[in-house]
Design a protein around this ligand. Structure first.
Ligand code: AMP
Length: 438
């Protein structure tokens, strides 16, 4: 059994805290009134002592907005509709209620909580976080995802699991083989629902929901709520408490943004020069294609900069190994495509490079939001060749301000209009290169 947590009020004193609109936490003495909220503590949310201690040990001092709203509702057994994306602290927002409610009933054999998430990386991160938050509790967690052999996952399930984090495909696969039973699920979390829709998993999600008992607590998280998602919300949630987090990825003043106008063929030389000039400790570099990610990583390695590419064509083991090496400082530059980078939980990321500008301006904001986390300032440097100028204009339109140009030794010299195909569509040179290589 868990001891009830003492309910402390907001501490007195001049130290105010606010959350910037990209979700980073900051403390300030005497900050401007509009930005200040009264400090809420984790203990005032009704969290039990073993979990409070674990959160403190993990370095969490103050709840984020989504945690402040979702944790009390989740602990009370209410359904939760959270508008939040990765980076807002949503894992703790649903993780704490799961851990506390299950621990109150003691350890069991059946799967009592299921967290469904779209990507393997997110699944692993959620499981890691739950393990850390629940380290003082007698509960067991497991994670299952595709792309790796199923035997170790099945063995773990056989030993008994209280909290299962899963991607839809492997979950349905194992369930179809009769290797897991979801009839005892008391708490269900649907994580990144809109991403499930984008990735074409929504039918799988519906199939999973059919395997769950009717009576359960559901916590539903989605960054956006398009109509298809609202349909799911209406069928799945009962009188939910709504909890919205400020979007994580709005660039704020803490992120230094710069753009370099540079020819395509000089981008890697420029990257190497800036890595050196800025004494970059670690950086995430975004490329347009998987082929591009491999090429940039290969070229950097050839020039003596330890780099690894991470994208959907790599095996799960290879991706995890690259991430581990990056976090351990063995790899200095991680080169990723947007999909592969989504959900990567990398602390202390000081630099983000856009080797290619994204087609969708909002993606720029998501990408650069990867740096400057937890209130630490970060730098986002983008490379733009002549063909990408329209993309830069779209991004600046979205930002409502120009991105400062950075001077460098590889100024743009090629001013050729992009090639078009027979139907008059612009042919992206990176895509053409990737096709040719394939
Ligand atoms: P999430 O949105 O759950 O992926 O969390 C984003 C990042 O913020 C992760 O690195 C978490 O470990 C971290 N985080 C979550 N909640 C807090 C908190 N209350 N204080 C500090 N860091 C946090």
């Amino acid at each position: 059994m868990l001891a009830a947590a003492p309910c402390g009020g907001a501490p007195q004193g001049s130290l105010a805290f606010f959350q910037t609109n990209h979700g980073a936490l900051r403390r300030r003495e005497g900050a401007g009134k509009e930005a200040i909220r009264v400090m809420t503590t984790f203990s005032s949310l009704g969290i039990a002592e073993p979990i409070l201690t674990a959160l403190t040990d993990y370095g969490y001092e103050i709840p984020t907005v989504i945690q402040e709203k979702a944790i009390p509702a989740g602990l009370a057994g209410r359904d939760v509709l959270g508008s939040a994306q990765t980076g807002t602290g949503k894992t703790c927002a649903f993780g704490v209620p799961i851990l506390q409610r299950l621990a109150q009933k003691g350890a069991g054999q059946a799967i009592r909580a299921l967290i469904l998430t779209p990507t393997r990386e997110l699944a692993i991160q959620i499981d890691d976080n739950l393990h850390a938050y629940g380290k003082n509790l007698p509960l067991t967690e497991a994670v299952i995802f595709g792309g790796v052999g199923q035997t170790p996952q099945v063995e773990q399930l056989k030993r008994g699991v209280d909290i299962l984090t899963a991607t839809p495909g492997r979950l349905l696969d194992l369930s179809g083989q009769g290797l897991l039973d979801l009839s005892g699920v008391e708490i269900f979390v649907l994580d990144e629902a809109d991403r499930m829709l984008d990735m074409g998993f929504i039918h799988d999600v519906r199939r999973v929901i059919k395997l769950l008992p009717q009576k359960k607590q559901t916590m539903f998280f989605s960054a956006t709520l398009p109509p298809e998602i609202m349909d799911l919300v209406d069928t799945l949630l009962h009188d939910p408490v709504r909890a919205a987090a400020a979007p994580v990825s709005t660039p704020v003043e803490v992120i230094r943004q710069e753009v370099c106008l540079v020819d395509r063929g000089n981008k890697t030389s420029l990257l190497l020069a800036i890595l050196d000039q800025e004494q970059v400790g670690n950086a995430l570099v975004f490329t347009r294609t998987k082929h591009g990610a491999d090429k940039v990583a290969r070229d950097l390695n050839r020039k003596g900069v330890a780099a690894a590419a991470i994208h959907g064509n790599k095996s799960q083991t290879a991706r995890q190994e690259s991430l581990r090496k990056f976090k351990a400082g063995e790899v200095r530059v991680l080169v990723a495509t947007d999909i592969a980078a989504r959900g990567l939980d990398i602390e202390d990321l000081a630099f983000v490079f856009n080797y290619n500008l994204p087609e969708v301006p909002e993606t720029y904001i998501h990408r650069i939001g990867r740096t400057g986390r937890a209130g630490k300032g970060g730098t986002a440097i983008s490379f733009c060749d002549y063909g990408e100028m329209p993309l830069l204009r779209d991004i600046e339109k979205l930002l409502k301000k120009p991105i400062p140009r950075r001077d460098h030794n590889y100024p743009m010299e090629v001013f050729e209009a992009p090639k078009k195909d027979a139907k008059g569509r612009v042919v992206n040179p990176e895509d053409a290169e990737a096709r040719q290589a394939a």
